[in-house]
Design a protein around this ligand. Structure first.
Ligand code: GLC
Ligand code: CA
Length: 562
């Protein structure tokens, strides 16, 4: 399966950094760019190629930096523009590129544009946003913001006017229908690309095109509102905006982009990825959205092995004919993968390695979220006051209104809160986990005493060693072409608790996992006799009888060439 010409980013490994929680270099308890620079050798040794840095721009941090008040200024909490330039140079010296988070759907209410709009809603900057006349308690539509409540809030200083925000009220949506807004965003992108940034992770991009503002939909919860995912499906014509971005900015710089796109229509995939696509790649969210409920987090269901496999295979079937998806099982918005996907009993090194192997060898661009490579886990939550995630409070409310006790609601929030991914990176077993010398801005997971980089670094059986080996295999000349460009062939699709697939190119590779707590025999073609990776000590291959996989065992096998 060949998808157009080969691109520089096809065989890269992306590593997502959430700067606030990665490494603190000046003792104020908040991770920063200087901290990232000190960890570049670690990242290069791991095998990361593209570092995606979550928003580090000037921000009041209502949504942890996804509310930007100046797009071309590094927030002082993270350092300075000079430090960003240093990071770009130092990453480059180690063969790594940096991409930034492009938050173009909305800015912050503290952005100059919005401040000006509040002064003069009819003027130039008023047109940068969506502002309508609407009296108190009336709303032009019944759309629910992603963080709960209506998408409309009263424009400060104007009781008869409301502005649109599909996320938090402090994140006003930019009006992409206005050509001047598009030019502003393109200029910002060029500004960073000119400084050596190689591309962007494109935030929440589907939201830039809205359907008719006065369209109401059937409510999906008791609040009478409808979720934005439903609303956005009715928007038409986003490709006009994106086409302009591609032509004016992305193509001339040969930039790498990975878009956060949810709920796309399958027939629209060629619009987003592949030779004519607007972006290099896009995330597939099938795995992370398994068990989701319109009602809220409290109604989500645990993920089963079969659901996980079907989600992955489904994504492969849909994306592979068009281009490269980006495979991620963790990010700063979701709980830790081990807790999310594995049954409690399997949340241990073997299970974590199994997840890693299954996910990395599928077709697509692998993306690791900081701490995933050492198997970091969710953090427990004793009380609501420990919570930091803005979306979690709303979800707690939905759970209580649905009749859950405070304790139960707390457990729901603990399981799904974005805080789980945002605890400080566990560098060592020290009191402050090697993250800071000061008081960490966020709680440190007490399990850092056993799960940390320092203790895994030289341990060949560690989760970290497993990630390094996976990446080494993917890059080794013998397997590179098969693992990057080879076809993907699912096997045993209907089989309970089993995930098996092949990759075929110059070589033939088979990945097989037993996602259950008892050993089982799996019939596989006898030619797959060479063991490339194995997450557990013992492994038995019975001549002509297939293989025996222990509970949560995953093996990567290569076919002999005759
Ligand atoms: C994306 C980000 C998330 C943020 C939201 C609004 O979904 O990943 O963290 O809250 O966009 O910018
Ligand atoms: Ca700091």
């Amino acid at each position: 399966m060949e998808i157009g010409e080969r691109k520089w980013w096809h065989d890269k490994v992306v590593y997502e950094i959430y700067p606030k929680s990665f490494c603190d270099s000046n003792g104020d308890g908040i991770g920063d760019l200087g901290g990232i620079v000190t960890k570049l050798d670690y990242l290069a040794e791991l095998g990361a190629d593209i570092l995606w840095i979550c928003p580090c721009f000037k921000s009041p941090f209502v949504d942890q930096g996804y509310d930007i008040s100046d797009y071309c200024l590094i927030d002082p909490v993270f350092g300075s523009n000079e430090e960003m330039e240093l990071l770009l140079v130092e990453a480059g010296k180690r063969g790594m590129s940096v991409i930034l988070d492009l938050v173009a759907n909305h800015c912050s209410t503290e952005h100059r544009w919005f401040q000006e709009a509040c002064l003069d809603p009819e003027g130039k900057y008023g047109k940068y946003f969506t502002i309508v006349d609407a009296e108190k308690e009336t709303y032009p539509n019944n759309w629910r913001s992603y963080f709960g409540g209506p998408v409309w809030s009263t424009l400060p200083g104007w009781p008869g006017k409301k502005y649109l925000h599909v996320f938090h009220e402090k994140q006003p949506d930019l009006n992409w229908e206005n050509a001047e807004v598009r030019e502003e965003i393109f200029r910002i992108m060029q500004w960073w690309l000119d400084r050596g940034v190689r591309g962007f992770r494109v935030d929440a991009i589907m939201n830039i095109k809205k359907p008719n503002l006065f369209l109401n939909f059937a409510p999906d919860r008791e609040d009478g509102l409808v979720e934005m995912e439903t609303v956005i499906k009715h928007a038409k014509g986003i490709e006009t905006f994106l086409g302009e971005m591609k032509e004016k900015v992305l193509d001339p710089y040969d930039a790498f982009t990975v878009a956060e796109i949810c709920g796309e229509r399958e027939e629209d995939l060629p619009v987003f990825i592949g030779p004519e696509g607007m972006f290099s790649s896009m995330f597939d969210f099938r795995e992370t959205t398994i068990g989701l409920s319109e009602k809220g987090w409290y109604d989500r269901t645990a993920v089963t092995a079969d659901q996980y496999r079907d989600a992955c295979f489904g994504a492969q079937a849909v994306f592979n004919p068009h281009g490269f998806q980006t495979n991620a099982i963790e990010n700063h918005d979701s709980p830790r993968a081990a807790d999310r996907f594995l049954p409690r009993e399997a949340v241990a090194d073997a299970g974590k390695k199994m997840l890693a192997m299954l996910h990395f060898f599928m077709r697509g661009i692998p993306c690791i979220y900081q701490g995933q490579e050492i198997g970091m886990e969710n953090i427990s939550l004793q009380s609501l006051t420990e919570l930091n995630d803005v979306s979690a409070l709303g979800e707690y409310g939905y759970a209580i209104r649905a009749g859950l006790t405070q304790d139960e609601a707390l457990q729901v929030v603990q399981r799904y809160s974005r805080d789980n991914a945002r605890t400080p990176m566990q560098w060592s077993a020290d009191e402050k986990c090697g993250f800071t010398e000061g008081k960490p801005w966020m709680r440190i997971n007490p399990n850092h005493t056993t799960i940390n980089v320092r203790c895994q670094k030289d341990d060949p059986d560690s989760v970290l060693a497993c990630y390094k080996e996976i990446i080494r295999l993917r890059k080794s000349p013998a397997y590179h072409d098969t693992l990057v460009y080879g076809s993907f062939i699912p096997m045993y699709e209907g089989e309970h608790d089993l995930m098996v697939y092949r990759r075929e190119g110059d070589t033939r590779i088979l990945v097989a996992a037993n996602w259950s707590n008892c050993a089982r025999r799996v019939d596989i073609p006898a030619c797959f006799s060479k063991v490339l990776m194995n997450n557990l000590g013992e492994f038995t291959s019975e001549k002509g009888e297939g293989i025996i996989l222990q509970a949560y065992q995953c093996v990567v096998l290569e076919a002999a060439n005759d």
